[in-house]
Write a protein that binds this ligand. Structure first.
Ligand SMILES: [Zn+2]
Length: 309
């Protein structure tokens, strides 16, 4: 497969402060993993700046303006107890949007088969008018909306295997039948949403997993619930909220996935994408707070994206 890799040094400059788990070191761990010789064939592109109009495809205009005018010249501006803006956040946010939207454009143009975007901060907790859980703009939801608006697609899906439920993506999608959102996540856990009875218009499929869930039960849930629901939706583009915090080594959560599980689900999604949408997949880094877990899991995920079916 021809796989694009979008990232940018500005993603290091969003800095929520010393001791915060969503640290710039996370991105360095991802870069380190993808520096290995097996990734020499990745098509590496600098994340371009996106536009505020793209952000506003998902987020309320007033919220977007408030965020962009609140970027501090120094120090931090606290948006919620876990989420803050630093002087470098504005460029990181705009290039995070740019990376995911440019990946969509490149794949629709036939430049590549799929893409992985290593961005910071993560996005799936960001609701249309609220920052929370380390997230400010919901890049994957914006990219999904961009695929519909800029490329005329009718049905786009986001698959989220981050250990946390993507309440922001669900909130943005739940009233629009052209969007589909499915998530495996630990429950109970932050942010507390993601129960099975949150179904939207039938376009939301939540699969909560109890503390301690490991490979076998995860794969069974994906095979029996997530993949059939995705098949039935018949997506024209698949987006992945690739958080790696369900890895057994993660300090913030209690699931027991390993790198092979991320390889496995990526291959399953590629087969499904091949049947429904010419293989079109854009994946974006969400959470993952163990450096070892991030390195191993990113390597497995991107290795899968690069391999032919
Ligand atoms: Zn997470």
């Amino acid at each position: 497969m021809d796989t694009l890799f979008y990232t940018h040094p500005s993603f290091l400059s969003h800095n929520p402060g010393p001791g915060h788990p969503e640290s710039p070191e996370r991105l360095r761990a991802v870069w380190k993993a993808l520096d290995a010789p097996q990734f020499n064939l990745l098509i590496r592109r600098e994340a371009p700046a996106g536009s505020l109009d793209q952000v506003k495809l998902i987020h309320d205009a007033e919220y977007v303006e408030t965020i962009m005018s609140s970027i501090p010249a120094r120090g931090l501006v606290q948006l919620d107890p876990d989420t803050s803006l630093s002087p470098g956040s504005g460029e990181a946010l705009i290039r995070g949007i740019g990376a995911t939207c440019a990946a969509v454009d490149a794949i629709m143009a036939g430049d590549a088969d799929n893409a992985f975007c290593a961005v910071r901060p993560c996005g799936h907790h960001a609701e249309p008018a609220r920052a929370m859980g380390f997230c400010i703009f919901n890049q994957i939801a914006v990219a999904a909306a961009h695929a519909r608006v800029a490329h005329g697609l009718s049905r786009v899906a986001v698959v989220d295997f981050d250990v946390h439920h993507g309440n922001g993506t669900q909130a943005a999608f739940q009233a629009d039948p052209g969007f589909f959102y499915t998530s495996t996540h630990q429950s109970p856990l932050y942010p507390g949403t993601g129960s099975r009875n949150e179904k939207g218009l039938g376009n939301i499929v939540n699969i909560p997993l109890p503390h301690g869930t490991g490979s076998e039960a995860f794969r069974q849930a994906v095979e029996s619930e997530m993949l059939p629901a995705l098949e039935a939706f018949d997506p024209e583009f698949i987006f992945i909220s690739a958080g790696f915090d369900a890895h057994y080594s993660d300090p913030l959560a209690g699931l027991n996935f390993n790198a092979e599980d991320y390889y496995w689900i990526t291959r399953e999604l590629m087969h499904l994408a091949d049947r429904h949408c010419n293989g079109r997949i854009v994946s974006m880094l969400e959470g993952g707070y163990s450096m070892e877990g991030l390195e191993q899991s990113t390597a497995a995920h991107v290795k899968a994206l690069m391999q032919d079916l």
